[in-house]
Design a protein. Structure first.
Length: 299
């Protein structure tokens, strides 16, 4: 995710990256928490679509973009949407923090194609100071991923960004109302594929393609069929496989983490503690019976 960082953005006043998704393995989209000093900021046209969500105390902002001027008080949760190719500048009267989410045009176009939108509808529109509770909910979930000591599987962040694009388009996935779950054959195909590729980086796009569905539609049907979101199912299966390998005692914890698809040992330990209530070391020790571990399936 090195395509876009704060160092690529031209500006006058100081900007500091407080958190970044650069090391989280996200593809086609990303996020940063930016500390922005008071003063003038000039933003050139960029090749990605950007969503900025104000965090914390209000500031007065004087913005110029797309031939228009906007003067307003930017409060916690206020959201600006800047399409790719649009430049602008603004002046803040005080320092502030902004959650900056970006997505490539390819990511956006693929999502729109899957929704079956017409070309005239398939675009991110320039908007200032949106107050949308659903969009805020997605943004705060993305922020939580940035601030977590061990972030969730990249599938979760991909789901959040896909839902954000859908919300920005003002659309919903077109669905056959008669079909509310995956067919048994389709469900088996996806689950078998996940089992065979747990040690690899899985994406919603490849899983949806297995059953010839759009990503938004697939996410809904998978959850209705299995009972948990895709990313949650994948993490649960990785934890269960890691538990079995640790109990065998043939591999170290770091080797087990890589074997089942976790980014590193601490990531595996985080999810084992969260889902099973024990650590890898506990599992490897004698006397920790499987019956003492319970799998918590709610998020």
């Amino acid at each position: 995710m090195k395509a876009v960082t704060s160092s690529l953005i031209s500006h006058s006043a100081a900007r500091v990256s407080l958190r970044s998704s650069a090391a989280l393995g996200w593809s086609g989209f990303g996020a940063q928490m930016l500390g922005i000093a008071a003063g003038l900021h000039r933003i050139p046209a960029m090749a990605v679509h950007r969503v900025g969500v104000h965090v914390g105390a209000p500031v007065r902002a004087d913005c110029r973009s797309d031939g228009k001027r906007y003067v307003r008080i930017q409060a916690h949760g206020d959201t600006d949407v800047i399409p790719a190719g649009l430049e602008g500048e603004w002046r803040d009267d005080a320092s502030c923090t902004v959650l900056h989410v970006w997505m490539t045009d390819e990511f956006v176009r693929n999502t729109f194609d899957q929704l079956g939108l017409r070309a005239s509808d398939a675009q991110i529109r320039h908007q200032y100071q949106i107050r949308d509770p659903r969009l805020q909910h997605l943004a705060w979930a993305m922020r939580a991923e940035l601030e977590a000591e061990d972030a969730s599987d990249p599938l979760y962040a991909e789901s959040l960004c896909t839902a954000m694009v859908v919300r920005l388009a003002g659309a919903s996935a077109s669905r056959d109302e008669r079909r509310r779950t995956l067919t048994p054959r389709s469900a088996a195909r996806v689950i078998d594929y996940i089992e065979a590729h747990l040690d690899e980086r899985l994406t919603l796009t490849e899983l949806a393609a297995l059953v010839e569905l759009s990503v938004p539609h697939f996410k809904v049907l998978f959850r209705e069929t299995v009972g948990v979101p895709v990313h949650r199912h994948v993490v649960q299966r990785r934890v269960e496989r890691a538990k079995a390998l640790l109990m065998q005692g043939r591999l170290s914890a770091s080797q087990v983490a890589l074997e089942v698809g976790f980014a590193h040992q601490s990531h595996m330990a985080h999810w084992m503690k969260r889902l099973l209530g024990v650590t890898p070391r506990d599992i490897a020790r004698e006397g920790v019976a499987p019956s003492e571990m319970r799998l918590i399936v709610s998020r």
